[in-house]
Structures are given as C-alpha cells and as structure tokens.
Design a protein around this ligand. Structure first.
Ligand code: RET
Length: 251
C-alpha cells in the first residue's frame, strides 16, 4: 500500500499566517518607499518586491497550489526474506523554489548595494545564488535516495559557498571603505543573513532530503526562517537606511 506524507490543518494554517505577514510587510515597505523621493527608493523597491513574491508564493501554497508529490521507493531488506518495497509519496512545495529563485538574488542585491560591490561581483553573486536554488530543486525531485540526488545537493552547497565567499571577502572590505557606520551595519545584517540562510540547507537535509521531519514540521521550520529572512531583514535594512545617509546608493 502506498504511503502518503501530507500537511495537516496545522501546516495549512501556518502557510496562511505567513501569507498575511508577507502581505503586511508589503504594505509597510511600500508605504516607506513613499516617504522618500523616487530616485532614492532602490532599497525600498528591491525589498518590497521580495515580500510581494513571498506573498504570492505563500498564497499559492496555502490554497493548495505549487505542490507536487515526490515518489520514493523505500526498500526494506530482511534476512532470508525477499526485499519489500513501499511506494512513498511526499509533498514537495515547489512554489518555494520559484519564490527563492527570484527573492534570494534580490536579498543579495540589497546586501551588495549596501556594501557597494561592483557590477561584475554583484552579477556573479546573483548567478551563483540562482544556480544554488535550481540545483536544489533538482535535488528535491531526485526520485530515490540516489547519489545523484545528493550530488545536486552538493553542487547547490558549493554555489552557496561561492555566494558567501564573495560577500564575506569582497563585501566586508567594500562596506568598510564606505566608513565604519556602514561597515558595522553590513557586518551585523550580513552576519544575521549568513546564520539564517545556513539553516535552510540543514532543514532541507532533514526534511526533504532524508524525511526525518514531517511535512507540517517542515512548513513551520521554513515559515520561521522566511519571516526572519524577509520581513525582519527588510524592516531592519529599511529603518536603518532611513537614519544612515552613508548607506545611500547612487544608482
Ligand atoms: C537548498 C538545498 C540545496 C542546498 C542549499 C540550499 C540553500 C537554500 C537557501 C535558501 C535561502 C532562502 C531564503 C528564503 C527567503 O525567504 C536549496 C535548500 C545550499 C540558502 C533566504
């Protein structure tokens, strides 16, 4: 008999709550954009787009869209008995990857603008990040626990290290060049980002990767991370920027 791993009422309710939080963040951030001249709204626009995409993705998932079933054949071996196999179908919320492929490059753009990185480095960071998300999507749909699936996961992790490398090495240096205030703020919000982002591949490995977490727990874990990585990050950036003229970008 096939086994299904689905979200329950708890998971669905969590998705709706996060949808509302993302929508509220969209209203607050776009409201803040109106308080400054249009030529000075780059951070506001980038940050508002991030929560708009997240709202759309959470609306889709809460209403049951953007979800597929991932089929895994679970084989059990017993001594002297022929192997038994079970067909396992677990929900994969692929809407997340659509969200992440658009929003994580924008989050990195926010950080890169703050640090004052050059165009080429910004492009490399954003492309490495997109590679991370798309190879993570391949890993999520790998049909068995094959080496190939974990191979995609490994490639995604390498791409993630490329992103971190550029932000830590070049980003910190250019941010410090903009003065101590910007340098310290970049170190704080960049460090926050580094910690939050690093939890994602860990959750992925426990939940989607090895199915040691049920679908509800997975939804809750990503919900907490997404709220920290988007609305909390965005509010911190926009409010600090409002009181720190040194963080302005001429773009
Ligand atoms: C995956 C799995 C493959 C390995 C790695 C991953 C990293 C994901 C990250 C996601 C960040 C998402 C954010 C969302 C905002 O709401 C794709 C999980 C490295 C870092 C910040």
């Amino acid at each position: 008999l096939p086994e299904y791993q689905d979200a329950t009422e708890t998971g669905t309710r969590t998705l709706w709550v996060v949808f509302v939080i993302m929508l509220l963040a969209t209203i607050v951030f776009s409201g803040m954009a109106w308080t400054v001249p249009i030529s000075k709204r780059l951070y506001h626009i980038v940050t508002t787009l991030i929560v708009i995409f997240a709202s759309l993705s959470y609306f889709a998932m809460a209403s049951g869209h953007g979800i597929s079933y991932h089929h895994v054949v679970v084989r059990e071996s017993h001594k002297h008995v022929p192997d038994t196999t079970t067909d396992l179908y677990r929900q994969v919320y692929w809407a997340r990857y659509v969200d992440w492929s658009l929003t994580t490059p924008l989050l990195l753009l926010d950080l890169a603008l703050l640090a004052g990185l050059s165009g080429g480095v910004i492009l490399m960071i954003m492309v490495a990040d997109i590679i991370m998300i798309l190879t993570g999507l391949f890993a999520a749909f790998g049909t068995e626990d094959t080496p190939q699936k974990w191979g995609w996961y490994a490639i995604a992790c390498i791409a993630y290290l490329v992103v971190i490398w550029h932000l830590v090495i070049h980003g910190r240096a250019t941010a410090m060049n903009k003065g101590g205030k910007v340098g310290n703020f970049f170190a704080a919000i960049g460090g926050f980002t580094l910690v939050i982002w690093t939890v994602y591949p860990i959750i992925w490995g426990i939940a989607d990767g090895s199915r040691n977490m049920n679908v509800d727990e997975e939804i809750i874990a990503y919900a907490v991370l997404d709220i920290l990585a988007k609305p909390v990050f965005g509010a911190w950036l926009l409010f600090t920027h409002a009181s720190m003229p040194e963080s302005n970008v001429e773009l």
